[in-house]
Design a protein around this ligand. Structure first.
Ligand code: MG
Length: 185
């Protein structure tokens, strides 16, 4: 399990309360051109499936800023395609994060992009952050929208996530403070 051996593989580059509070203009100015955004509990909770007016505004803003988007989710069974199609976005379902395969499929949609031009956004340290870091992408961690509707395997990941965040707090208190990771839900 070589990929789990280095704690820094679990360090997000940024942490924000939710996807609507990320400063996308700043990201675009620093050279980010593509966003790989997780679906469940990042854009919508598990028990919802439609994008809201707020989502429409957000994705319009991405267009204005010249940011391309791919929805990248470990989920499948039509949920990912349904959401992505309503917004006219490309998507990767059954992505198997934190494995690299799904990220590689998403990256293949933008073959000219360097890894430093891609940012991953997601709510889970064990899938989104670890997967992004293994690929060498930057990653913004957000809070889960609604923890109550999470499945057993996500609850298990949350337990490990909690331990990892605690470890980061011990090993790297300045970084932990700076990103305000104590607020992570
Ligand atoms: Mg998620």
């Amino acid at each position: 399990m070589g990929c789990f051996s280095r704690l820094t593989l679990f360090y997000p580059d940024d942490y924000q309360e939710n996807v609507f509070l990320i400063n996308y203009r700043k990201l675009a100015e620093t050279g980010i051109k593509v966003l790989f955004i997780d679906l469940d509990n990042t854009l919508i909770p598990y028990d919802e499936k439609e994008p809201s007016a707020e989502h429409n505004t957000l994705f319009q803003k991405f267009k204005e800023l010249g940011l391309s988007v791919v929805i990248i989710s470990n989920n499948r069974h039509g949920r990912v395609v349904h959401f992505a199609n309503l917004l006219g976005l490309p998507y990767i379902e059954n992505a198997r994060k934190p494995c690299r395969s799904g990220f590689k499929r998403a990256w293949a949609l933008f073959p000219k992009m360097g890894k430093n031009e891609i940012m991953v956004i997601g709510d889970q340290v064990m899938t989104d952050v670890l997967g992004a870091k293994r690929m060498g992408f930057q990653v913004t961690l957000v809070n889960a929208i609604k923890r109550e509707s999470e499945r057993w395997y996500t609850r298990l990941n949350r337990k490990i996530e909690h331990l990892i965040l605690r470890r980061i707090k011990q090993k790297d208190p300045d970084y932990y403070e700076q990103l305000n990771l104590k607020e992570k839900r």
